[in-house]
Design a protein around this ligand. Structure first.
Ligand code: NDP
Length: 397
């Protein structure tokens, strides 16, 4: 059994100074929307993006950020020009991104997509501050190392992903032995009712059109393959004191129940809400208090019924790959994540059909032997190797 308290329960007030890593993304914009509902309560220290100069500059001006950082160095001059005449400090590059995470702020939203978010997220954790973690790929790749850093630096890690945020709200951390298992709910994505034959020809446009959630492209495709739920299973394993067999997945197409904890006495606690990321984000922004927000409130009679299904592993084999990677442990989740990032990108570029995303991940996992993960250098080396292998598999398809 893993140690309890890896995600802390301390007694901070709502934060004042804020950094958002990935402010131009879906989670970043929702976070700024909440901050905008009570702007006097927060000082924005730093906002970051990858290439979206126009939106980053606009956000930095509206929220009077002290720093605006763009990861892609070729965008530096454009950002500098866009912020000319303001006092906002501009910088660019991956080192600058990391330095953004090191700037003094009490609360950091880690919402960069993919493994690119790992280094800055770790830098924020090492400052011992509160980190709201949206970037699930970080935990998938570096779960044990990251949770050790959280502990060593007395950082507070608050899960943003709606399912983990739900579990965080209902899990009895004082009595983890009283928990029988947790159930992560999955919407099933846009292809939940498609046959395998129909799934062969779906387009990127169809895959990113999620029925319930408005999200970035990568996570939307992950939802469509159900790899998202696989990544979340690994994320849950690291966040909560659970064994892999205590994490179950159920398809719940309406996305109203965000997750459930089953206790040994047969009681099941669930957290419900409309599918709007501003709800879990506001929980992390206000924690341990709850913020008054303008998000729509749940009215169950609007839905009438809630449905639940067992996930179909034949149509969604990505779930099996993720379960296998969790079981293998060590570097296996890094291989899984890297191959998935490469395959999702190739699908979005129109290079491979939808079903080949999971095939690529499966083949990459078979091609590289997983080893115990001992350090971050090993993580980066495995990530690089898996990306090359996955790309080779795609090139041969
Ligand atoms: P988006 O694609 O909408 O946004 C990603 C953000 O990261 C953008 O600010 C983007 O900048 C930046 N970014 C992308 N690549 C890099 C890079 N290489 N270096 C630095 N910055 C980069 O993603 P989402 O907001 O949807 O998701 C963010 C994370 O949160 C993901 O890990 C996702 O799985 C997780 N998550 C998202 C949810 C959602 O509802 N969207 C729900 C739960 C978890 P730019 O705009 O310039 O490209």
């Amino acid at each position: 059994m893993k140690e309890i308290n890896t995600i802390a329960h301390s007694k901070f007030d709502a934060p004042k100074t804020i950094t958002i890593l990935g402010s131009t993304g879906s989670v970043g914009c929702s976070t700024l929307d909440l901050i905008g509902q009570n702007p006097d309560a927060y000082d924005v220290v730093a906002l970051t993006a990858n290439r979206n100069v126009a939106l980053l500059a606009e956000q930095a001006k509206i929220f009077r950020a002290q720093h605006a950082i763009i990861a892609d160095e070729t965008c530096y001059q454009d950002l500098k020009d866009a912020l000319a005449g303001t006092a906002i400090k501009v910088s660019a590059g991956t080192d600058a991104l990391n330095e953004a995470a090191e700037l003094p702020s009490e609360w950091v939203m880690a919402s960069i997509v993919g493994a690119a978010g790992l280094r800055p997220t770790l830098s924020a954790i090492r400052r011992g501050v509160t980190v709201a973690l949206a970037n699930k790929e970080c935990l998938v790749c570096a779960g044990d190392l990251m949770m050790q850093e959280v502990k060593d630096h007395k950082s507070t890690l608050l899960p943003v992903d709606s399912e983990h945020n739900a579990i965080f709200q209902i899990f009895d951390f004082e009595r983890p032995d009283s928990v029988q298992n947790i159930t992560l709910t999955a919407s099933g994505g846009p292809f939940i009712n498609y046959s395998l034959d129909e799934m062969k020809t779906v387009t990127p446009r169809q895959a990113v059109a999620h029925p319930n959630w408005d999200m970035g492209a990568k996570i939307s495709v992950d939802s469509a393959t159900m790899m998202n739920k696989g990544l979340e299973m690994i994320e849950a394993y690291h966040l909560f004191p659970l064994t892999e067999n205590q994490i179950e997945i159920i398809v719940h197409p309406q996305s109203i129940i965000h997750s459930m904890v089953t206790y040994r006495d047969g009681s099941v606690l669930a957290q419900l809400g409309i599918p709007d990321m501003r709800i879990p984000i506001s929980y992390t922004l206000g924690w341990p208090n709850r913020l008054e927000t303008s998000t729509k409130k749940l009215n169950l009679t609007d839905f009438g019924r809630l449905d639940f299904l067992t996930p179909d592993m034949t149509r969604f084999p990505a779930l099996l790959c993720a379960r296998e990677a969790l079981h293998m442990g060590g570097t296996a989740p890094i291989i899984l994540n890297a191959a998935n990032e490469v395959a999702v990108f190739a699908f979005l570029q129109g290079q491979i059909p939808f079903l080949d995303i999971a095939h690529t991940v499966e083949k990459t996992l078979l091609h590289i032997d997983a080893e115990p993960l001992t350090c971050l250098e090993m993580l980066h080396a495995t990530d690089r190797e898996a990306r090359i292998v996955a790309q080779n598999i795609i090139d041969k398809l």
